[in-house]
Write a protein that binds this ligand. Sequence first.
Ligand code: AMP
Length: 312
Amino acid sequence: MRIVLLGAPGSGKGTQAKLLVEKYKIPQMSTGDLLRAEVVAGSELGKKAKAAMDAGQLVSDDVVLGMIQARLSKPDAKGGFILDGFPRNIPQAQSLDAMLARLGQPLQLALLVDVDTDVLMKRLTGRRTCGSCGAIYNIHFSPPKTSNKCDKCGAALQHRSDDNEQTVGSRLKVYQQQTAPLVNYYKAQGKLRTVRGVGAVGAIFKNVTDIIESQIRPLADVMVKIESAAARQAAKAKAAEAKAKAAEAKAAAAKAAKAAEAKAKVAQAAKAKPPMKKAAEKKAIPKAKPKTRVVIKKPAKPAAKAKPKKVK
Ligand code: AMP
């Protein structure tokens, strides 16, 4: 299943995403988590993103899109994914649609976790996250059993640097201005469903899974049927093509064998009879006449005149 979780910072969509990962065994892709990991690693990308994150502003689209594209092309994304914190504005949503269209895996559901703004403030400033296993607590609503320690793994809890009152105010403003318009974007595509994000986490999760089961499951079943019928059809076509190719090869081999046989026959016949033409040709060739040599005689030298004898 391919889902986008929409909701203001502090709406609890991250918590719901983690529960969905456990239930459906598909990866959660949180651009916030990916960016925080880059900041911790001190990478160039992290350095670029940190200033915007600390100010409660959005990190530039090209940085986030590059990151999400790389994440979506990993093999574990083939079985589906839960996008958490992405897209954050209309251009990101349009780019996501284009990416998924190229992969032939369109989004199936945009689920809005809806919480009133005054509740969000308390949730965000009171939020604490386990630095080791990622479990989320709230010092006002769901504190850990031991102060500042994770109930699950005992690691120290962390207060995100962007969960202070001033930054939270900016983040909520940015959400209203840039992210809230996505509600209408997905409504227009017929993919939006809303769940109230207040009350017990388990009760919210029940509503979330009810929506998923009713929205995606029937569609997924139909898709499985369509895909297996298409696969059967493709296999049939491939078998027919292979059969045709084999027949073609057989015909070509038979033709070649026939041609070789004919050639061999001709050669045999030629061996049996001496070639007539050659004998006739031999007869017809006239013997060359011996060439007559033309000898040019040099004119004989006139006899030397006898010198008159000297009279003494
Ligand atoms: P989050 O954990 O989702 O609340 O994100 C924390 C911060 O990371 C945000 O306030 C932004 O600065 C940044 N961020 C997370 N996701 C995106 C996104 N899709 N586009 C731009 N900035 C983001």
